[in-house]
Design a protein around this ligand. Structure first.
Ligand code: SF4
Length: 177
């Protein structure tokens, strides 16, 4: 039987959600028998593939490169999961949204005001968006798994339910859309 094609994506987050994914410990070996990991920072695959069954997305959308990647992910993925609070609602990644003049303020603060030498805004980085976006501000999200990070047991439960073709039952406050 063909394995379920699973992707995990790291946008603007701290990688803590991926660490929690790895904290499934030996249960991850059981998962590995049922899925094929087709894209992930854990596997260093360069291009997001077609025909992905489940994609877990950690982090919010903070720059133009991530915006385009998320649209591509949506078009290639059957079930898109917002994994963790940054993906669900922006969380700490979106704290910069309170700055009045957006992108320019952020770059100045990081590379000029807080720099002790070589105070210069780099040009070789993806262009920041004016404000950080939660995933559902860009694309349709099929399932929200909140937490900072979501516990490994919750990630394991969600994945196993999806692999069995069931909708994971999360508490009502976790069902946003
Ligand atoms: Fe890190 Fe928490 Fe954001 Fe996950 S939700 S990327 S653990 S800050």
């Amino acid at each position: 039987m063909a394995k379920v094609r699973l992707a995990t994506v790291w946008l603007s987050g701290c990688s803590g959600c991926h660490m929690s994914f790895l904290d499934q410990d030996e249960k991850i070996l059981e998962l590995a028998e049922k899925v094929e990991l087709v894209y992930s920072p854990l596997a260093d695959i360069k291009d997001f593939p077609e025909n992905v069954d489940i994609t877990l997305v950690e982090g919010a959308v903070a720059n133009e490169e991530q915006l385009e990647l998320l649209k591509k992910i949506r078009s290639c993925t059957r079930i898109l999961v917002a994994l963790g609070d940054c993906a669900v609602n922006g969380n700490v990644t979106a704290l910069r949204n309170v700055l009045k003049s957006g992108r320019e303020d952020v770059l100045n603060r990081a590379y000029v005001e807080n720099a002790t030498f070589n105070q210069k805004i780099p040009t070789q980085v993806p262009r920041l968006l004016e404000r950080v976006l939660a995933l559902n501000e860009v694309v349709r999200v099929d399932l929200y798994v909140p937490g900072c990070p979501p516990p490994a047991s919750l990630i394991n439960y969600v994945l196993n339910e999806l692999l069995e073709g069931r909708t994971p039952v999360l508490e009502n406050r976790f069902k946003y859309g």
